[in-house]
Ligand binder design. Structure first.
Ligand SMILES: NC(=O)c1ccc[n+]([C@@H]2O[C@H](COP(=O)([O-])OP(=O)(O)OC[C@H]3O[C@@H](n4cnc5c(N)ncnc54)[C@H](O)[C@@H]3O)[C@@H](O)[C@H]2O)c1
Length: 277
């Protein structure tokens, strides 16, 4: 019960990583306000929680709606935890083709929203004087190429640097700011990006899960609960001396291949063993 008596905001809480994190925080004692544009999903999560989760329709592209969400949680007794997580795939166009409008929309959804989440949460936490914990969703796409489209990856890299700068600004108030970098996690984000819904969504998610299991060295698909566990740690007093950093939760995706001299690893060097005497 690391969050007993605490209030948390989770954006993007109607689905996937945000939903799992909201439920995890509630299981550990928190009262949670989720902000999302998915009203049906938000209402469903709220119903499963015995009144411990409140859904407030919030479009993170709208500054005033983010501010209102932070105030709703704060008004109930003080804001302790914020998870700036809402997002979607953004523009898939390459850098030689993307329109200025699509670039701006993707940055606004994935980076500006996080900046504004901190912008409107921090003054409330500072005024209360009890510290606080902010966790931002970045991605392995912030760390390397090949994981996601360009505009998305740049925004997620921005989230990481924003996290360190905000941590430096807010440490004096005992407000910690950290990030989580999910790897390949089976949520609806991929099917939503491709406009796949209904029964086809379940089939596509099954295929995505299989692909994810093959792509990740730990040989299983990542789950929203894997990310929720890391977020809960960063948001809790267990991480009271941790700020300005990130946890990569990716089943080993970003560690790279095994060393090339290992005879069991497929590589040019292993093939050369045949010539060794
Ligand atoms: N799934 C992955 O593999 C993965 C990997 C790295 C990072 N992420 C990041 O994790 C976060 C959560 O994604 P997910 O995988 O749980 O996907 P998801 O689609 O299951 O959940 C995203 C939620 O964000 C909400 N949302 C989208 N636009 C919004 C807006 N303008 N305002 C408010 N809410 C909005 C959606 O309605 C949805 O409920 C995102 O920031 C995503 O970029 C996901």
């Amino acid at each position: 019960m690391r969050f007993a008596g605490k209030r948390a905001v989770v954006t993007g809480g109607a689905s996937g990583i945000g939903r799992a994190t909201a439920l995890r925080l509630v299981r550990e004692g928190a009262e949670v306000w989720i902000g999302d544009i998915d009203e049906a999903g938000g209402a469903e999560v709220a119903q499963t929680s015995n009144g411990r989760i409140h859904f407030q329709r919030t479009d993170v592209l709208q500054a005033a709606e983010i501010e209102a969400l932070m105030h709703a949680a704060d008004a109930a007794g003080g804001l302790d935890v914020v998870f700036n997580n809402a997002g979607a795939g953004g523009s898939r166009d390459s850098i030689d083709a993307i329109s200025p409008e699509d670039w701006d929309r993707t940055q606004a959804l994935l980076l500006r929203s996080v900046a504004l989440g901190i912008r409107y949460a921090a003054p409330l936490m500072i005024a209360r004087g009890q510290g606080g914990a902010i966790v931002n969703t970045s991605s392995v796409a912030a760390l390397q190429t090949g994981a996601a489209p360009t505009a998305y990856s740049v925004a997620k890299a921005g989230v990481l640097h924003l996290t360190t700068l905000a941590a430096a600004d807010l440490a004096q108030y005992r407000i910690r700011v950290n990030a989580v970098c999910p790897g390949f996690i089976t949520t609806n984000i991929f099917t939503s990006a491709l406009g796949i819904s209904g029964e086809k969504r379940d089939m596509a998610n099954g295929m995505i899960g299989q692909a994810a299991a093959q792509a990740q060295p730990l040989q299983r698909a990542g789950t929203s609960d894997d990310i929720a566990a890391a977020v809960a740690y960063l948001a809790s007093e267990d991480a009271s001396f941790v700020t300005g950093t990130r946890i990569v939760v990716d089943g080993g995706l970003t560690i790279g291949p095994r060393h090339s001299w290992d005879p069991k690893a497929p590589s040019m060097f292993a093939a050369l063993e045949a010539f060794a005497s």
